[in-house]
Write a protein that binds this ligand. Structure first.
Ligand code: NAD
Ligand code: ZN
Ligand code: ZN
Length: 394
């Protein structure tokens, strides 16, 4: 089959690789109909996630048709059949361990066979994730013609035929992620919410914050079409950080107190115009002395109101330098974070799409054949051709 394979920093290729096979009686094989490139893939693409290796297959946002189903998956989940059309949550979860039972599926204790490697970096391991490094399971991703899905009785979610791939694909990741970002803020009426990053995750975080009752949502980025998209589709107030001092402007918009809740939807490769900070972070990141360039996160922490909440869904890989812990501690700031517990949010968000309350398709700028994945990565990373989200069609 054909799959999108990493070749080293900024290099991807679509190559012929062996077809996946059922390895475990609870596995399924999915014939992929649509798969998307995520901001998280850019961290892999750029070479910042440890243990993602040349030759590894990308992709954790995918959906398609069940073409093979292991005997145990059939037995445990009689409603799932070969031929069913399903979406697949990006964290791999067993459904039975303590975190899975508590709805914390990105912390499943049974889906990362390489947990020991993750423990060296993080102390404890999160769940396995499709196409997201050996440290997180070494699973081939879904930017391919076929994908193996472990714990197929738990992950795959059946979707109605009358909903298009574009309507449901983002339930695998970026929609629940943006939703969880806002959910972790525990938004109270009257709250001002500021969101760093107007990529797909930031767009959905803005939308979710509005739906959850924020009095005002402010979105920060520098890409004009992304800011305009958030304003149009989520009602967020756009702030272009290239034209203004974000901290100052946020104070002015909040009578000096700062936003009550702040969301980091940028992650480890934040950009900044403040040359000294950028040079410092970039040098440390390139030298692998720090894995992150956390400029947006620092700014979010410094700007949040006293007693407020910092919700981090932007991905970080390891260690961070110059972290304003004093600001958090002295000002009673709550930090909440995580890879999205997709399984937990999926049924509710599916109903909201079904009913027409949410139409997540507005983020899509490009549909490309799988064969053009390299071009898709390039324009998504560099924000060229007003690229906001690429859906690949195998
Ligand atoms: P994206 O790369 O399209 O969006 C990131 C946006 O941040 C871009 O628009 C960029 O211009 C903007 N940005 C960069 N520096 C900034 C700064 N200093 N201030 C404000 N904005 C800045 O990616 P995405 O798909 O929207 O993902 C965003 C982040 O969320 C990534 O780190 C990704 O890995 C992460 N993510 C996390 C989860 C999860 O489960 N926690 C799931 C999906 C994605
Ligand atoms: Zn993702
Ligand atoms: Zn589990």
């Amino acid at each position: 089959m054909k799959a999108v394979v990493w070749q080293g920093p900024s290099k991807v290729d679509v190559q012929e690789v062996p077809d996946p096979k059922l390895l475990n009686p609870r596995d399924a094989i999915i014939k992929v109909s649509s798969t998307a490139i995520c901001g998280s893939d850019l961290h892999l693409y750029d070479g910042y996630i440890p243990t993602f290796m040349p030759g590894d297959i990308f992709g954790h946002e995918f959906m398609g048709e069940v073409v093979e189903l292991g005997p145990e998956a059939r037995e445990r989940r009689p409603d799932l059949k070969v031929g069913d059309r399903v979406i697949v949550p990006f964290p791999i979860a067993c459904g039975a361990c303590t975190p899975c039972q508590r709805g914390l599926t990105s912390l499943c204790e049974n889906s990362n066979p390489n947990a020991g490697e993750a423990e060296k970096v993080m102390g404890h391991s999160p769940s396995g994730i499709f196409g997201y490094s050996h440290m997180l399971g070494g699973y081939p991703g879904g930017q391919a013609e076929y994908a193996r899905v472990p714990f197929a009785d738990v992950g795959p979610f059946k979707v109605d035929e009358d909903l298009s791939d574009d309507q449901v694909l983002f339930l695998t990741d970026v929609l629940p992620t943006g939703w969880m970002a806002a959910d972790m803020c525990d938004i109270q009426s009257g709250d001002v919410v500021a969101v760093w990053g107007a990529g797909p995750v930031g767009q959905f975080a803005c939308l979710a914050a509005q739906i959850m009752g924020a009095a005002k949502v402010i979105v920060i980025d520098r890409v004009p079409e992304r800011l305009a998209m958030a304003a149009e589709h989520t009602g967020a107030h756009p702030l272009n950080y290239e034209n203004t001092s974000v901290l100052k402007e946020l104070r002015e918009l909040t009578a000096g107190r700062g936003p009550d809740r702040v969301i980091d939807a940028v992650g480890m490769e934040a950009h900044t115009d403040v040359t000294a900070i950028h040079a410092y972070d970039k040098t440390k990141q390139v030298a692998k002395l720090s894995t992150e360039r956390p400029h947006a996160l620092r700014e979010a922490i410094l700007s949040v109101a006293n007693g407020g909440t910092v919700s981090i869904v932007g991905v970080y890989g390891g260690l961070v330098d110059k972290f304003p812990i004093g600001s958090l501690m002295n000002r009673s700031v709550t930090v909440r974070t995580g890879q999205a517990h997709v399984h937990r949010y999926l049924p509710d968000l599916y109903r909201r799409i079904r009913s027409g309350e949410i139409d997540p398709t507005f983020i899509i700028s490009h549909h490309l054949p799988l064969a053009d994945a390299a071009h898709g990565f390039d324009i998504f990373k560099h924000k060229e051709q007003e690229c906001t989200k690429v859906v690949l069609k195998p």
